[in-house]
Design a binder for this molecule. Structure first.
Ligand code: NAD
Length: 418
């Protein structure tokens, strides 16, 4: 984690790199490197003891050429304007890669939610929803969960918005609980897209995912679902980890049993079927067929990248490789499925949730999974087409080229106003 870049500058350089392959003017590219607008607001909230506290919050609406802004809201003490802005830009390109009709947005509140009671978090969330109300709506900007927010916060935002607007509009926000208009399949969607994309990558290489050995960093929502689904396809999940460390068994783990152990004890460490325990760094350098980073951003830096031995990496986490690690691995024989495709299942099923909310007609889990499969497979094919056409080094470059071309097309077709 030695070379952490300013995320907004990283985003801008990714756009510049992709633009070199496209027949697009600098003036249009300049537009795609800056947010359309960023709301910065100060929320004054009453605490349980009757005192008041001020919290800073942001909502960045990066680009809406392809549809309403879409992206999560995070609660974290390290939230900054630059981080929120960069994340909103990545949402533009993620939605464009999977070709769903959304632009990109992101929001955040500078807060450590563990220091506040549930009722304080509810008042804070409702205060933010009140500020956001003029800017959001099912045709304008549709927030979703992110770090330290979930169904509970989404339900509060929906309720605040609907109360103030005197309407019912569940599509104003996604990631809701099922009884509040959520979608079947949403919880599993990120791990599912990670594995669908990995299967496509193995096919592309003329190999079979069912014969693969797999290591997974992080055993939370994305990591454990990926473990379960890849095991169901016949692969051997030989190593998994969480913040407590990594466990290894050359014959493969029973993913559900590891999850039951983690639910009981809080960690994967100490699981009885492990032959060996080691560090997260050792897990990331294991000689496996498939590596799935599903924990934190910047998990693999340039030094560690030198030792990565996996053949395929499917990025469940956002930004698990530093830009320098990416450069190292681009010269190695490893196929990396970029986060903006591999973990796009989450936003894709959010799109399905919004579609169902608008239709007031709800789909079965089978239908959700079938539609998701088609979208991720089409996304992977678009990437490999661009990869071959431009003779690129990485699928990440391909993803940005495909995404930026799609955003540029919709901008140019619409023309500039005024
Ligand atoms: P989560 O909080 O459910 O799980 C995170 C896991 O990572 C936990 O098991 C935690 O113990 C582990 N972890 C934390 N620090 C670690 C470390 N230093 N080494 C190893 N493991 C560590 O989170 P999640 O929802 O599974 O998200 C994981 C990643 O996937 C994040 O980067 C997130 O942005 C990305 N993502 C998630 C979704 C989603 O729908 N859940 C969608 C898109 C992207």
């Amino acid at each position: 984690m030695s070379e952490e870049a300013n995320p907004f500058e990283s985003l801008q350089s990714q756009v510049d790199d992709a633009a070199e392959y496209l027949d697009v003017g600098d003036d249009v590219i300049e537009r795609l490197k800056h947010p359309e607008r960023v709301l910065e607001t100060n929320l004054t909230v009453e605490l349980d003891d009757g005192s008041l506290e001020r919290f800073t919050a942001f909502r960045s609406q990066f680009n809406g050429d392809r549809g309403p802004y879409k992206g999560g809201i995070r609660y974290h003490p390290n939230v900054t304007r630059d981080e929120v802005t960069a994340l909103s830009g990545w949402m533009v390109y993620k939605c464009a890669v999977v070709d769903i009709p959304f632009g990109g947005g992101k929001g955040g509140i500078v807060v450590d939610p563990t220091e506040y009671s549930d009722s304080e978090i509810e008042r804070l969330t409702r205060a933010f929803a009140k500020e956001l109300r003029p800017f959001i709506g099912e045709d304008k900007d549709i927030p979703a969960p992110d770090v330290n927010t979930g169904q509970r916060e989404m339900n509060w935002i929906k309720d605040t918005y609907e109360t103030l607007e005197n309407t019912t509009e569940p599509g104003v926000i996604t990631g809701k609980a099922l009884d509040s208009g959520g979608s079947e399949g949403r919880v599993e969607a990120t791990g599912r897209s990670t594995i669908i994309a990995a299967r496509e990558a193995f096919d592309y290489l003329g190999r079979d995912l069912s014969d693969a050995t797999v290591a997974i960093q992080g055993y939370g929502n994305a990591g454990w679902i990926a473990a379960k689904l890849v095991e169901d396809r016949g692969a051997d999940v030989v190593a998994v980890s969480d913040s407590s460390g990594a466990i290894y068994n050359a014959d493969g783990f029973d993913a559900r049993d590891v999850k039951a152990f983690k639910n009981e004890t809080g960690t994967v460490s100490g699981y009885s079927e492990a032959n060996e325990e080691f560090t997260n760094e050792e897990l990331l350098t294991l000689d496996v067929d498939l590596l799935i980073p599903a924990a934190l951003e910047n998990a693999i830096d340039a030094d560690l990248a030198e030792d990565v031995s996996a053949d395929v990496i499917s990025e469940a986490a956002n930004g698990p490789l530093t830009p320098a690690a990416d450069e190292v691995l681009a010269t190695e024989d490893v196929l990396i499925i970029p986060d903006i495709l591999a973990n796009a299942g989450g936003v894709t099923v959010s799109y399905f949730e919004w579609v169902q909310n608008r239709q007031r007609f709800y789909w079965s889990e089978e239908k959700v999974n079938e539609e998701l499969e088609g979208i991720i497979v089409d996304g992977f094919d678009a990437l490999t087409d661009a990869y071959e056409k431009h003779d690129l080094e990485t699928l990440r470059q391909a993803a940005y080229i495909v995404a930026i071309q799609r955003v540029v097309d919709s901008f140019e077709e619409a023309g500039s106003f005024p």
